[in-house]
Design a protein around this ligand. Structure first.
Ligand code: KG4
Ligand code: ZN
Length: 337
């Protein structure tokens, strides 16, 4: 089945064409980072306006790069939530319009399920069941994944998401927005032992990153001298290591507790090189197979939405034109809501 995927839940306008839920024919992503960076974060109203400008050109480009036309498309998959409601509505309205005009079925997809499903675009695909860590700017959760649409939550953040903790640290260190990728790059030349940051909630499967953020702030404020330029890579590496440590430790512990030998890691922060390396290394030591999509499929994209859509459409699911966007949509409620 040839599926057109559409994603607009945050600050990326994206469209992709995927065949049979595994073959990526095109993956177009228009980022709005430049417009939001001067505000130090995503401004929802601006995001919606930018989605309106970008969505049609992005879809046309995705079709052109896949060398297909709308006449070849057999179904449409679009992010329905969770995310910024005004942004989601742009993609959802366009998806409905195309579905109506071309007489095609369309399905609303959960963005978090999309992040996990991105792994099926890789050559190496996991069998169900597996443990999944979704780690992004808005979410940090560990799931027991029985199948598509069948998730049990095992742990989640009680405050900030890991991506948010990285972005806020970058802001404190004056590194710009979004900071995750900058910290990743700088940390490569730093020593992770430079500052001893805490590893919170060691014995729980839940996460907490707000204390870590405060300890960075305290570290910066309590110094007798300002942070020197050459110290930044070391501070970044130390801070990043604290996050990587808890993400890897808790996720692999979940796999061991539930006797699962496969772990999927996805979401924007899964693009982080230190997190990827540590998962592969520790997974190997523990006999757990690690599946992480390529970085471009970890951050927001529409190909992952098309993968979930393919599965739903194949089962005969077809949403109605009154389908609404949702800002909150916990994965464990899928198939039950
Ligand atoms: O999945 P995503 O693109 O959007 C959400 O659904 O939130 O994730 C964005 C998050 C941001 O916090 C960004 O700083 C982080 O992913 N991120 C990274 C890297 N690339 C993106 N964090 C660490 N290292 C990276 N290379
Ligand atoms: Zn995302």
């Amino acid at each position: 089945m040839l599926v057109l995927g559409i994603e607009s839940s945050c600050d990326e306008t994206a469209a992709a064409v995927v065949r049979d839920g595994t073959f990526l024919l095109s993956n177009v992503i228009a980022s709005q980072i430049d417009v939001h960076s001067k505000y130090g974060g995503v401004v929802p109203e601006i995001a919606s306006r930018k989605h309106i400008e970008a969505i049609i050109p992005v879809i046309l480009q995705a079709l052109a790069e896949a060398k297909v036309t709308l006449d070849d498309i057999e179904g449409i998959a679009v992010t329905r939530g969770p995310g910024l409601i005004g942004s989601i509505l742009i993609g959802l309205s366009v998806a409905k319009s195309i579905a109506f005009a071309k007489g095609l079925p369309f399905v609303g997809v959960n963005h978090l399920e999309g992040h996990i499903a991105a792994v099926f675009l890789d050559d190496k695909k996991p069998d169900f069941p597996f443990v999944a860590l979704v780690v992004s700017g808005g979410h940090t959760s560990i799931y027991f994944v029985r199948d598509f649409e069948n998730f049990i939550i095992l742990g989640q953040t009680r405050d900030d998401a890991a991506g948010e903790a990285l972005d806020k640290a970058a802001k404190m260190l004056d590194l710009g927005y979004p900071g995750g990728i900058v910290i990743d790059r700088l940390a490569k030349n730093g020593s992770a032992d430079y500052v001893k940051f805490p590893r919170p909630m060691k014995n729980s499967m839940d996460f907490s990153f707000s204390g870590l953020k405060t300890s960075l702030l305290t570290y910066i404020k309590n110094r007798k001298t300002p942070v020197e330029e050459e110290e930044i890579p070391h501070i970044a590496a130390s801070y990043q290591e604290s996050i990587v440590d808890v993400l890897v430790e808790k996720t692999l512990r979940a796999a061991e507790d539930y006797s699962l030998e496969r772990v999927v890691v996805s979401g924007g922060v899964a693009a982080n090189s230190r997190l990827r390396d540590t998962f592969y290394k520790e997974g190997k030591d523990k006999g757990i197979e690690i599946f992480i999509p390529p970085a471009i499929l970890c951050t927001d994209n529409a190909a992952m939405i098309a993968v979930v859509g393919d599965n739903l459409l194949r089962k005969g699911r077809k949403d109605h034109f009154d389908l609404n966007a949702v800002s909150r949509w916990p994965l464990e409620l899928l198939g039950k809501a």
